[in-house]
Every structure is written in C-alpha cells, then in structure tokens.
Design a protein around this ligand. Structure first.
Ligand SMILES: Cc1ncc(COP(=O)(O)O)c(C=O)c1O
Length: 407
C-alpha cells in the first residue's frame, strides 16, 4: 500500500464507546454498591473545551503557548519564580538530580517513607541512596536525625550530593528547618512535592525554600493532566538549564548541536491544556479533601485504637490522602483485616508506603533509623480521599470500617 492509499483509508473503528469518565462511573462490581476508589481523577468540566482549543491552535508538541501558560499558572499557584512542565513527576525528579550533578557513587539522602519514584532516578544514575526515618509529629523527614547524620557525614568527609525530603500524602515536610540545616553544609535540597500541590509550610507553598521542587499531575493527584509533572525553582537559570536538557540538550544552532545528552521530558501541549482547565479548581479541591479528612475523624474518632495522620502546627496539608492508623494493642482491628474487609465491600484502600529501606530493591542500602516508618507501614491505611467523594459514599466507608472493628 502506498502512503497516499494508507492516508485515504478510514481510521480504525472503535468497537466500543470510550469510557470518558470511566473511573467515576464504574458499574457496581462488589457487594454494597458501586466501587469507591482511593483517589480517582476529578474533572472540572472545562477540560474538553481546553483540549479542543489546543487542537485548534495546531500546537500539539511539548512546546508553544499551552505548556507556557500552564507553567505560568503553576508559578502563580505556588509562588515559584520558574517552572518547567514535564512528562511526569519522576522526569522532574530525574532532571533535578541531573541539574544537581548526581554522579555514580554519590550519596543521595531521602526519607524512607515514600514512593520509589522519589529515589529511582538517582539510583539509576549510580547514586547510593541513604534512607532516613521520619518524625512522629509529621511522618516526614526527621530534621533532628538529619542534623546528626549531616554532622557525622561531614566528619567522615562524605556529605550527600542532595537531600530529598518528601511532602508525604500532601503534607509538607519541615522544609525551612531542613533547608537551613543543609545550607550549613552546602548540600542542596530537592523537595519531592509530587503530591503536595496546594499544601503550605509556614505560609509558603510546598517546596518553596528548596533549591528545586518536583510535582506530579498523574491520574490520582489533586490536580491531574492524566500524566504530567513539573520542576520548579526560584532560580530561573536552573529551570532554563532543565528546559534545555528536557528537549534533548539542543544547543542554539540551525542544525542539531549537542554538548551533552538530554531527554524528551517536556509536557505535551494537549496535557498542558487539561492542566490549565484543572488548576483553577485547586483551592476547592484542597478544601474538599480537608473536609473529607475531617469527616473521617468525626465518624470514626471514637473507635478504640484508631488514630489519624497528624498535622504539625507549621503546615497546612492538602490531605491528598486521608490516612488512618489501626493500633491493635489499643483495641483496633489489624490494618490488613480492615483493608480486606473494605475490598469485600467494593472500597479501595492502600497501606501506607512500604518504607524504602524494607524494599528488596534497596537491600543493603545505608539507612539511619527507620523504626517509625516501619510502624506506620504496619498500621497505616490510606482511605478513599478523592475530592469527588460524596458524603453518602464516605459514610459507606466509615460503616465498613466499623463493621471491621466489630469483627
Ligand atoms: C511521593 C511521590 N514522588 C514521585 C511521584 C512520581 O510522580 P509521577 O507518577 O508523575 O512520575 C509520585 C507519584 O505518585 C509520588 O507520590
């Protein structure tokens, strides 16, 4: 077939209608009614028009006015001076590690209680991860432990190349304290704020105060583009360098000229358009998720042995995920028993991240503590928290947890 013939053939016919809002409209599949998901995407309704406008403009590539407008909107929402929209949050972290010069054999320190994406790019670059425990008051990187470990590493002459605190489940780490400690030793901070859009720390947006911060807009995040991310900084030169690396490290020349290798990490214009339609709802989404957390507390706070993720005075979480703790020694049912019971009732829940120091992928990696994170993993359960979760759906979740508690 010639190319002309191929072009004139009708396109593939879809044998089934595309499920446009599939995750929210899943038919009943389990006892007790429709399935309730952990954090499904929540559309504003403005996405189709924004997508159509992007298509009509002819800009589809990861370039042009849509990504630029999305980056400006993220800058406005967060206060960062410069933003690069990326294909996903992991790509933003990878770019961050590259900008900060991570090289084989370097140590990169992070909180052990996080998703593997926080550290995966650094490990793939040959870095040695060191996993530090979290603080009881926030479940995020413990600044006291960090202070001790930095002093010890300085004595050994082996300071980390980068420290990567994590804003856990939408709760900011104690970034001001962490950044001040790292500054004392000249160690840059890359904050993994993937889940923390809309959260604040001492009045500033999540990630502000770090050299770089990474965000994610994947399908389960508070603002989503389906898949997407951003790298942000108050240093515009760093983001310019990231932009260059994200577009295959092309030097300014009429031909293809490269001093180094790069990536294809820029966000597509179509997904940027979706992000632009999502971002105006951010404050509303944060309020909705915080209200969901408050309702869980109200509905379940009297159950013996049940606790919730704390919120330290210096932060305002976006409550991306509401997390409950089940402490059997104080009379609560076992976390796994609760999770299985919720699943039987068609309700999705997830254990708190399994600490990275316990992951087979990092067997033998250096660590500092880890007992607090391990306990949170054993007892913590992330409950359905989507901003579209209705009060009756949430009442179903609470009732199912009560059933589990009653045995
Ligand atoms: C803490 C954390 N870091 C990094 C990422 C990676 O983001 P993405 O899925 O957009 O690559 C996520 C995403 O779920 C995350 O929760």
């Amino acid at each position: 077939m010639t190319p002309a013939e191929a072009a004139s053939r009708p396109g593939p016919v879809l044998a089934f209608p595309l499920p446009l809002r599939a995750r929210e409209d899943v038919p009943a599949t389990a006892a007790g009614g429709e399935r309730i998901l952990l954090s499904p995407p929540h559309l504003t309704g403005a996405e189709p028009a924004a997508l159509q406008a992007a298509l009509d403009s002819g800009w589809i590539a990861p370039a042009g006015p849509m990504p630029a407008a999305f980056e400006a909107a993220i800058g406005e929402a967060t206060g960062f001076a410069a933003v690069l929209a990326t294909t996903n949050g992991t790509a933003a972290l990878h770019l961050g590690y590259r900008l900060l010069g991570v090289a084989p054999g370097d140590e990169v320190w992070t909180s052990t209680l996080t998703f593997i994406a926080t550290i995966a790019p650094a490990v793939q670059m040959g870095a040695v991860p060191r996993f530090l425990d979290v603080a009881e008051e926030s479940w995020t990187l413990d600044p006291n432990l960090l202070e001790r470990e930095l002093a010890r590493a300085a004595r050994r002459g082996r300071l980390p190349r980068v420290v990567v605190p994590v804003d856990l489940f939408g709760q900011c780490c104690d970034l001001d304290t962490i950044a001040a400690l790292c500054e004392r030793w000249g160690v840059p901070v890359l904050c993994d704020s993937a889940a923390a859009l809309g959260a604040t720390q001492r009045g500033r947006h999540a990630g502000r105060g770090a050299r770089l911060a990474a965000f994610s807009f994947n399908g389960n995040k508070i603002v989503t583009t389906g898949g997407g991310g951003a790298l942000a900084s108050d240093d515009a030169r760093l983001i310019e360098r990231a932009r260059m690396l994200a577009t295959q490290a092309k030097e300014p020349a009429p031909h293809y000229q490269h001093e180094t290798t790069g990536f294809t990490y820029g966000l597509s214009a179509l997904l940027a358009a979706v992000g632009l339609a999502q971002l105006p709802a951010l404050a509303e989404r944060v309020a909705a998720r915080r209200a969901i957390f408050a309702r869980y507390r109200e509905a379940l706070g009297d159950l013996p042995g049940l606790g919730f993720m704390p919120e330290p005075g210096w932060g305002r979480a976006n409550r991306w995920l509401s997390v409950a703790l089940f402490l059997p020694r104080l009379g609560a049912p076992d976390r796994e028993a609760v999770r299985r019971h919720l699943a039987l009732r068609g309700i999705e829940s997830r254990p708190v991240w399994k600490p990275l120091h316990l992951q087979p992928a990092f067997r033998g990696a250096p660590r500092s503590g880890g007992g607090i994170a391990a306990r949170l993993f054993e007892t913590g359960l992330c409950l359905p928290s989507g901003s579209g979760l209705t009060p009756p759906q949430q009442a179903r979740v609470a009732a199912a947890i009560r059933e589990a508690a009653a045995g």
